[in-house]
Design a protein around this ligand. Sequence first.
Ligand SMILES: Nc1nc2c(ncn2[C@@H]2O[C@H](COP(=O)(O)OP(=O)(O)OP(=O)(O)O)[C@@H](O)[C@H]2O)c(=O)[nH]1
Length: 511
Amino acid sequence: MEATATLTLSSSPAGARRSPARPTVASLHLRRVPTLSFHLRGAQGPAAFRALSSPFPGCRRRRRSGMVVRAEMFGQLTTGLESAWNKLRGVDRLTKENIAEPMRDIRRALLEADVSVPVARSFIESVTEKAIGTDVIRGVQPEQQLVKVVNDELVQLMGGEVSDLVFAKTGPTVILLAGLQGVGKTTVCAKLAFYLKKMGKSCMLVAADVYRPAAIDQLTILGKKVGVPVYSEGTEAKPSEIAKNGLKEAKSKKTDVVIVDTAGRLQVDKAMMNELKEVKKAVKPTEILLVVDAMTGQEAAALVGAFNVEIGITGAILTKLDGDSRGGAALSIKEVSGKPIKFIGRGERVEDLEPFYPDRMAQRILGMGDVLSFVEQAQQVMNQEDAEELQKKIMSAKFNFNDFLKQTKAIAQMGSFSRIIGMIPGMNKVTPAQIREAEKNVKFMESMINVMTADERERPELLAESRERRRRVAKDAGKTEQQAAMATGKRRRKYGNLRQRDLDSMRGYRR
Ligand SMILES: Nc1nc2c(ncn2[C@@H]2O[C@H](COP(=O)(O)OP(=O)(O)OP(=O)(O)O)[C@@H](O)[C@H]2O)c(=O)[nH]1
């Protein structure tokens, strides 16, 4: 198992008087605690904390020292909001006076998440007004009341309702994708086609990005991957002509949806806008979606507004929400541009696109997980019968290594561990190190199962009972005999508390 470093730093009293403090390394511990924590001492602790935490989005101070790096999307925002609720502990009703400080925390959290100042200001005004006007409800704590008001306002801020794709009443629906360079347009073409195919629609991709030759190849490869045809005329033709001819072909083939990939530029320029206007005129799209990168925060929101004024768009697709995005884009786009976010991209795989649900996003921002998305995604990768059979096996202690592999494959299809964990309520505080450790444990188990015989996979007790078998499995998987013994449940007691705990976490696949 991976050991994680805990770096303990302290600033000397002399250094503390000189600002900014330069904390000195006091000690370096290797511990099995899967968080990265810096212990800061001295008067300049907070300043040192800010300096140290700046490269880590999602860090928070814990008690008077230390910080925890959170794994969940928008972790920093969630942490900032939590500190606001905490300030209301012990009050019996929400008043203008006692919510002033929590409101400052919320405002700060929003600004740190890269929400624009006017959006943050109007959000705070609205929350304050509603929170003070809220009647005391018996059995509901004032801080819970504030969470409810913030939740409702976040949902409103992000557009309230889910904004579905609109389909043409007759003929193919044309979806025109636009956006700056590298935001993920070409990838979104394939993701959208994959999503629409699952809805039973036939699709065609049109390669109208003629400036980056690799874009056509990229689209062709992605088209093959998702099993949809790609229309292209190389790099010499005009984008509007390519789009028009592509649409003609789609009509002749009775294709339901045509997705047009266009070129990206480094910044908004006249030539780019004119070209898009020409493509728009040539194919009269039902949807014009601007693809924006979530990492660019409030800039993304401003971009959606600018494209809407110039071209007239129908919505946005927010990509790279799996990265270090702080939330500013998701929170600001609707408010700034008046246009809804229709989809979000949370990874590079074609499966990693989902409709944008403001209510689910608000829950995740508040650290409440997203059970609905979790269930929907689980349903896509596992059928009902499999799930029932698995449940029966677990109940009757007949869960074997094949079942374990089936489970891990299904989980892998749902996306990365951090993404899955973020959807589970209460798991928002799981740290990246803990996630890496879980992934490592799963890989470790898989490597051993892969070298087991069919019998051993079916009957885990064979390994628990035979040292010879464990030795062979360990050797073939490149592990030690002790590791094999641990994984198969043999000699649990020998390894003391830590390993006992590891084994308990593996209990699911032991008899
Ligand atoms: N992590 C992550 N990466 C993404 C996501 N969407 C796209 N990417 C990656 O971003 C990079 C750029 O994606 P492209 O689809 O080529 O971007 P583009 O907008 O078509 O680029 P241009 O054609 O140069 O304008 C690729 O490496 C993608 O794999 C996402 O949701 N999450």
